[in-house]
Design a protein around this ligand. Structure first.
Ligand code: GLU
Length: 415
């Protein structure tokens, strides 16, 4: 049975990398734990007049290469260990794409689907206020993640600016365009993932035109992935899902139309012309490319052996357990690991920070071009390392990232 605590999984992955690189035990000890974490209780006045106290976290994992960076998740099942794992993965993510940032993550235990806009705004403002001492453009820069969005970033930026009595656009990324957001940030996670799919397909000799794709999760990453694999490469998206269930259409689904259906009804299920499928079955469909784009631990030792896709592009963070990784590797499935596959989001977030500092904004083409360059070179650095050490792509991404972080720590005299 797999261990499903994401932080223990993240530590196990790091231990494996330390073994491959023959890292000193003391170096491994430092890299296994976050450098700082803040736990806050957030009182929020609800619409019924009563105060509810929410629990929130901000974890700063490692800042050797630059300010810590990473999203904020609003989720009913959030745990501090999940946030710790996500903060660790942010550290490796920023390092593998070689942007000058460290890793962090935030989370609040709440169910935004059951909150009004007013309650969500008050929670967002109160959360950022409660962690305001440790965040800032040169310290730690949050962003959107599961169930948070540009509007929430705008409220947080406004609240933080009030505390500092001046506009602080660079304190958070994924903002609306009108408030210092970057062109191309909306679809950046999915677009970056698509560039890695393009490189992987070329590597294994797969023609992407007409290739079939299944996508688990239809939030920001899943939705944009559905539209982009079609518009960029002519793939056929045959199945998608969300937390309520999945849909299949062998003839291909129109990603935009599915999005509109979800916006209207709250879910992709019952999309006209599709047949229903369980989330678990979607993962095992006979497709060319599988894109997990929801939450952790969906590919485990229980189902990895049944996966038929030739490429898995992990837009979600932590979708695959270490046991499953081994099974997939032995079955020749080409896995583009999470912190490489989904690094497009933080890469364009970094571009957003740069534009905020300069107060000079780039057009979308320039963002796409620079994102492509970053993703393509990170993909090839990882592929090259996986061949050199004869290790899987996840271990290779770890090797590339950890070596960079360790080097920065050594140069700073921290190791
Ligand atoms: N939440 C996204 C991630 O997991 C983006 C983080 C960011 O832009 O800072 O990569």
């Amino acid at each position: 049975m797999s261990e499903l605590n994401p932080f223990l999984i993240a530590q196990r992955q790091l231990d494996e990398c330390a073994r491959i690189l023959n890292l000193d035990d003391s170096v491994r000890e430092v890299l296994r734990v976050p450098m700082r974490e803040m736990h806050v209780s957030i009182p929020v006045r609800m619409d019924d007049g009563k105060i509810r106290v929410f629990k929130g976290f901000r974890v700063q994992y490692n800042d050797a290469r630059g300010p810590t960076k990473g999203g904020i998740r609003f989720h009913p099942d959030e745990t501090v260990d999940t946030v710790r794992a996500l903060a660790a993965w942010m550290t490796w993510k920023a390092a593998v794409v070689d942007i000058p940032l460290g890793g962090g993550k935030g989370g609040v235990i709440c169910n935004p689907k059951k909150m009004s806009d007013g309650e969500l705004e008050r929670l967002s403002r109160a959360y950022i206020q409660s962690i305001s001492q440790i965040v800032g453009p040169e310290k730690d820069v949050p962003a959107p993640d599961v169930y948070t969005n540009p509007q929430i970033m705008a409220w947080m930026m406004d609240e933080f600016s009030k505390i500092y009595q001046k506009n602080q656009f660079g304190m958070i990324t994924g903002k609306p365009l009108e408030l210092g957001g970057s062109a191309g940030r909306g679809d950046a996670t999915a677009r970056g993932g698509c560039y890695t799919i393009r490189e992987a397909a070329e590597e294994i000799g797969m023609d992407l035109k007409g290739a079939t794709v299944a996508i688990q999760g239809y939030g920001n990453a899943g939705y944009y992935a559905a539209t982009l694999v079609t518009s960029l490469y002519g793939c056929k998206v045959v199945a998608v899902s969300d937390s309520r269930g999945g849909i299949v259409n062998e003839a291909g689904l129109d990603g935009e139309a599915v999005f509109e259906h979800k916006a209207k009804t709250g879910s992709v299920v019952n999309f006209p012309g599709s047949t229903p499928i369980y989330n678990e079955d979607l993962l095992e469909l006979d497709v060319d490319v599988l894109i997990p784009a929801a939450l952790e631990n969906v590919i485990t030792d229980a189902n990895a052996g049944n996966i038929k896709a030739k490429i898995i592009c992990e837009l979600a963070n932590g979708p695959t357990t270490p046991e499953a990784d081994e099974i997939l590797y032995n079955n020749d499935v080409h896995v583009i690991p999470d912190f490489l596959a989904n690094a497009g989001g933080v890469t364009v977030s970094y571009f957003e920070m740069v534009q905020n500092f300069y107060m000079y904004y780039w057009d979308e083409e320039l963002v796409h071009e620079r994102l492509d360059k970053k993703m393509t070179s990170a993909y090839h650095a990882t592929l090259h390392t996986s061949r050199k050490y004869k290790i899987n792509m996840r271990q290779a991404a770890y090797v590339v990232a950890v070596e960079r972080v360790v080097e920065a720590m050594r140069l700073r005299g921290r190791l």
